[in-house]
Design a protein around this ligand. Structure first.
Ligand code: EPS
Length: 400
């Protein structure tokens, strides 16, 4: 079983994740994790914080000589901004004479009010510090380890932005997920289209000038997934449910579609379901890779690679929406929780748009969820054992 817990406040000393269940013998390096952390920090529309931070992972357990041990992998990312906040955020109380940055003006759309009521806090900073998307740095570190595991089996996770602040871009049918991803990696907003990128950047500039914020819509694709991850037999084992839950657990996500998603509610079944064809499959090379040319294949992929809560051997396709960030420099109306008086919501330093970063977080979250289902299906305490298990399943599946 693969699982993790993470901890840390946005302006606390550091963020920590403990990931347990990775098989032994997986090649992994802090440089590989750092590359993903850096991708998460990029993107047009971020605020001042990203100029302060330069995220780096310190792996303090579970990795030796560049290979996992099978023991819990502990990953720590320090907050550089801690230096400016230790007087406020210190475990043993604020330093004398320091402005403790008490927040009593909840921001509509943020966790501030609901969290304050739930936990009985009069200072909403006690909520915002943990609900902040700074937490996603460790999710990306966990996702990097999961991604490394999946890569070993020819499974890759890609993402790109499709709409930002109402500016939309439509992917040409000729480009595959890997090509779209490569183009997105060269765009400041992670959108594969050059003209759309310029328009999206302009929209961010306009929103920033207006003291507003922006969200958008993005895609995630997972290629090389063998059939049979997840299960139809129990509600909490269904892969589509798990992916949707994982994505909506990311700050600011408001919806997920699998395959054609909501469109399926507007057209008849004959235009939705992907007909099944048979061909003699390619050999799996190496034997633990699910071959692109597999036996029971589809000419369409409206299901987004999942049927009955299980991967069906086609590319997994997801689409998700992120709402605009709740901190507005031109704040909305709210109520002071100490006085009950109408005020303008609090203003905290924030980003105008964090959609490009959120797509990297979504990749990590999806990689983790797929890795969980993969290990549940194939088991194994070491990479070599896992490879033996996957090989025997793929051989059997291709012989069908
Ligand atoms: C965030 C507010 C901003 C963001 C932060 C998420 O931080 P700060 O209040 O320090 O300016 O930059 O995101 C990150 C720090 C990060 O690493 O992604 C929020 O309120 O959610």
């Amino acid at each position: 079983m693969l699982r993790y817990l993470n901890a840390g406040e946005s302006h606390g000393k550091n963020l920590t994740a403990i990931l347990e269940g990775l098989p032994a013998g997986l090649r992994l390096s802090s440089a590989f994790i750092d590359r993903e952390l850096k991708r998460r920090q990029c993107g047009y529309g971020r605020g001042g914080r990203m100029a302060i931070e330069s995220d780096h992972v310190d792996v303090t357990s579970g990795l030796r000589g560049g290979f996992t041990l099978g023991s819990p992998l502990t990953m720590v990312v320090n907050n550089r901004d801690w230096e400016n906040w230790q007087g406020v955020m210190g475990a043993d109380g604020p330093l004398k004479g320091i402005n403790t940055k008490v927040l009593t003006k909840p921001r509509p759309g943020h966790a501030d009010l609901a969290g304050g009521l739930k936990y009985g806090h009069r200072d909403l900073r006690n909520i915002l510090e943990r609900s902040s998307a700074r937490e996603t740095a460790t999710r990306v570190a966990v996702g990097a380890a999961a991604r490394r595991l999946l890569e070993e089996f020819g499974i890759n996770v890609y993402s790109w932005v499709e709409t930002l602040g109402g500016v939309s871009w439509k992917a040409p049918k000729t480009l595959n997920p890997e090509q779209l991803f490569e183009k997105a990696e060269r765009s400041a907003v992670r959108c594969p289209g050059c003209t759309a990128t310029d328009k999206m950047k302009k929209r961010i500039d306009e929103a920033k000038a207006a003291g507003d914020s922006l969200g958008g819509v993005y895609r995630v694709a997972v290629t090389g997934v063998p059939p049979g991850l997840g299960s139809h037999v129990q509600w909490d084992r269904k892969l589509d449910g798990r992916l949707a839950g994982a994505i909506t657990s990311i700050q600011a996500m408001k919806g997920v579609e699998i395959g054609v998603g909501f469109t399926a509610g507007f057209v008849p079944g004959s235009q939705v379901h992907d007909e099944i064809f048979y061909r003699k499959s390619e050999k799996a090379v190496p034997p633990y890779f699910w071959p692109a040319k597999h036996p029971y294949y589809r000419k369409t992929n409206n299901a987004g690679g999942i049927e009955g809560g299980m991967s069906n051997g086609e590319t997994i396709l997801l689409r998700a929406v992120m709402k605009p960030i709740p901190t507005l420099y031109k704040p909305l109306r709210s109520v002071d929780i100490l006085t009950g008086k109408a005020i303008k919501a609090g203003v905290e330093r924030s980003d105008t748009c964090a959609l490009p970063a959120a797509t990297v977080v979504a990749e990590a979250t999806v990689a983790f969820t797929i890795a969980c289902a993969f290990l549940e299906k194939f088991g194994g305490d070491s990479i070599s054992e896992l490879k033996r298990n996957v090989t025997s399943y793929i051989r059997q599946t291709l012989k069908y």
